[in-house]
Design a protein around this ligand. Structure first.
Ligand code: FES
Length: 326
């Protein structure tokens, strides 16, 4: 992916409207406390919409402040995902698919129309109505070539229909979304092409086996038997003796309260709850886990090696040392 930078000219500021701010707060509440950063993409999307289809630097900063995230983290998200436009766009932003299926079916002709009617890629027409950019596959290859304009797909285009479409959009005339030829969604052009024989639907097309046809008696096909198999039992993981007998395994947290296990990278509120349920409340317990302990806990959490990959034990040792040094 090419480098994506912020636009040279930036507005003085950005703030969510009262309505968008209320929406943003509801969005943030969907995530557990301390995990508000999970709302970053939806908030950036809302900011982009409010800002006329692109993300300005003050808009990115506003979202970072709202989510108490470092500005650079939000900047990284905004510049990584191509759904975020980093420079102004026209009222109708045309995203033209240039990937192989669309290219083979005439995407180059559509590009020529864009250049003729709008100008070079990423320019905006003088009336502010149109701008265009080339994008990768938009998932409608069966109806190639196609473009997306704002949130709608226009498919099965050729130079003439596309030119008319742009002209209609520019002049506010109604347009028809979806395929621009005689087809319903992704069905064949002109309607159904198979299973058209009416006999198929009149009960007359039953096939008679050759032998039976000679005697005139159709041979009955024996009914298929379906045997219900008992579901395979999942082997339940046995607690290794080392964990069950571990003197550090607790029924509840020690006096002073449980450690905040979420400080371990990879442990969220849900996993912390499960660990507490397994009798693990403190960093020093995790720091003392044996190989058997790790395998057993890994299995309880269906983690497939994540404890090792994320280095929980090393993290727990470090956190335990830090807390003791306080
Ligand atoms: S290649 Fe154009 S939509 Fe998939």
């Amino acid at each position: 992916m090419s480098v994506r930078r912020l636009h040279d000219v930036q507005p003085a500021g950005f703030k969510f409207t009262r309505e968008n701010m209320a929406w943003a707060k509801t969005e943030v509440k969907k995530y557990p406390s301390g995990r508000q950063a999970s709302a970053v993409i939806s908030l950036l999307w809302c900011a982009q919409k409010q800002n006329g289809g692109w993300l300005s630097e003050p808009a990115i900063r506003h979202v970072a402040e709202l989510l108490a995230m470092a500005y650079i983290r939000v900047y990284e998200v905004a510049t990584f995902y191509t759904m975020f436009n980093l420079s102004p766009v026209g009222k109708n932003l045309v995203q033209l698919c240039g990937t192989t299926p669309c290219w083979l079916r005439g995407a180059d002709d559509l590009k020529a129309v864009c250049r003729k009617m709008i100008g070079a890629e990423k320019t905006i027409t003088d009336d502010g109505e149109l701008s265009w950019m080339e994008v990768e596959c938009l998932g409608a290859c069966v109806n190639a070539p196609m473009v997306q304009v704002n949130e709608d797909f226009y498919e099965d285009l050729d130079a003439a229909t596309f030119e008319k479409l742009l002209d209609d959009l520019r002049n506010g005339r109604p347009v028809s979304v979806g395929p621009q030829v005689d087809r319903q969604k992704s069905a064949p052009v002109g309607g159904a092409q198979t299973l058209l024989d009416p006999a198929l639907y009149a009960g007359k097309a039953r096939r008679v086996p050759k032998k039976a046809a000679a005697t005139g008696k159709p041979k009955e096909t024996p009914a298929r038997k379906f045997v219900l198999k008992a579901p395979e039992k999942k082997a339940t993981a046995k607690k290794p003796a080392s964990l069950t007998k571990d003197p550090k395994k607790l029924t509840k947290a020690r006096a002073g309260g449980a450690d905040d296990l979420k400080r371990i990278n990879g442990v969220g509120p849900k996993i912390e709850g499960i660990l507490n349920g397994l009798g693990v409340f403190h960093f020093d317990q995790i720091a003392a886990w044996t190989r058997d302990n790790v395998d057993w806990v890994d299995e309880q959490l269906s983690f497939k090696g994540r404890i090792d990959r994320e280095g929980w034990i090393a993290q727990a040792k470090q956190l335990s040392r830090e807390d003791k040094g306080k």
